[in-house]
Design a protein around this ligand. Structure first.
Ligand code: ATP
Length: 268
């Protein structure tokens, strides 16, 4: 297990500097020159209505845009420019340092593989693990993400557990190789309200214990209030407002922000 511990020590939250980021599909520009920064260890919320460009911005940072997209501007991770790097140079940087969690863990997890295998897939890719090492790692991850009865969980298939348990397993898979940045896109939208809070608390715990930065995309300002220090408000492919969560909740300037707060039933 020492190699796994080394991997953990090798970790560290990453910082981002995004400047004049533009994304276009053909001649249609979708993201119109977005600039923001993320300090190492910071938790940033990105809110905005449907189609405002939140997901495309996150995918551009993670280098996961479809090939037909064209990107310009600058994304520096820990000071290193990522835009313009070849796929070969980019994939180890982005692949190992950034992990994503999506809305529906059913799509992130294969229905045919046991959760323990899936939680440790990224680790197994980087390290030659014995069966016992991999099992230990799965149990450790299951405990870390608060999966009760980890023995059963690591042997279960996704359809045998609840939606909240699946999302915990997906989070375990995402953080297993100690990323420096976790990008979560609507991570609680598919879950019952009762399990949402537990998952949001898990994000806070995990970013602290793993020394990891967080970008959480959501249309729900109550989610931002739970997990983020600072928030960007997106509309029409650009940032219309940004500030600390408290500033945005107490003094929203833009009508979009005001309507997102109203939609959440006021300040959570
Ligand atoms: N592959 C694509 N080709 C062309 N346009 C695209 C493509 N993917 C996304 N878009 C467009 O980019 C815009 C921004 O989409 P994006 O998914 O970033 O919005 P979003 O803010 O995440 O919204 P939602 O909350 O609905 O997911 C939308 O108008 C969408 O139609």
């Amino acid at each position: 297990m020492n190699r796994l511990r080394d991997a953990e020590h090798d970790s560290g939250a990453v910082s981002l500097e995004v400047e004049s980021l533009k994304v276009a599909f053909g001649d249609k520009e979708i993201i119109h020159g977005v600039s923001f920064s993320l300090a190492a260890g910071e938790r940033l919320g990105i809110i905005g209505g449907s189609g405002s460009g939140k997901t495309i911005t996150a995918l551009a940072i993670a280098g996961l845009l479809p090939t037909e997209a064209s990107v310009s501007g600058s994304v520096r991770m820990n000071g290193r420019e990522l835009i313009g790097l070849s796929d070969r140079d980019l994939s180890p940087i982005r692949g190992e340092r950034i992990a994503m969690v999506f809305q529906e863990p059913k799509t992130a997890l294969s229905p045919f593989r046991k959760l323990g295998k899936q939680m440790t897939a990224a680790l197994a890719l980087h390290y030659r693990l014995s069966r016992a090492e991999r099992r230990d790692a799965a149990m450790r991850l299951a405990r870390q993400v608060g999966l009760k009865d980890p023995e059963r969980m690591v042997r279960a298939y996704p359809h045998e557990v609840s939606g909240g348990q699946r999302q915990r397993a997906a989070i375990a898979a995402a953080v297993s190789a100690s990323p420096g940045l976790l990008l979560a896109d609507e991570p609680t939208s598919a879950l019952d309200v009762t399990v949402q809070r537990g998952i949001l608390e898990l994000f806070t715990e995990i970013t602290e214990s793993n020394s990891c930065s967080l970008i959480c995309i959501t249309h729900d300002i109550a989610v931002v209030n739970e997990v983020a220090d600072r928030v960007l408000v997106f509309a029409d492919g650009g940032i219309v407002e940004q500030g600390t969560v408290q500033e945005i909740l107490e003094r929203p300037q833009h009508t979009i922000t005001q309507s997102l707060i109203a939609a959440a039933g006021g300040v959570a």
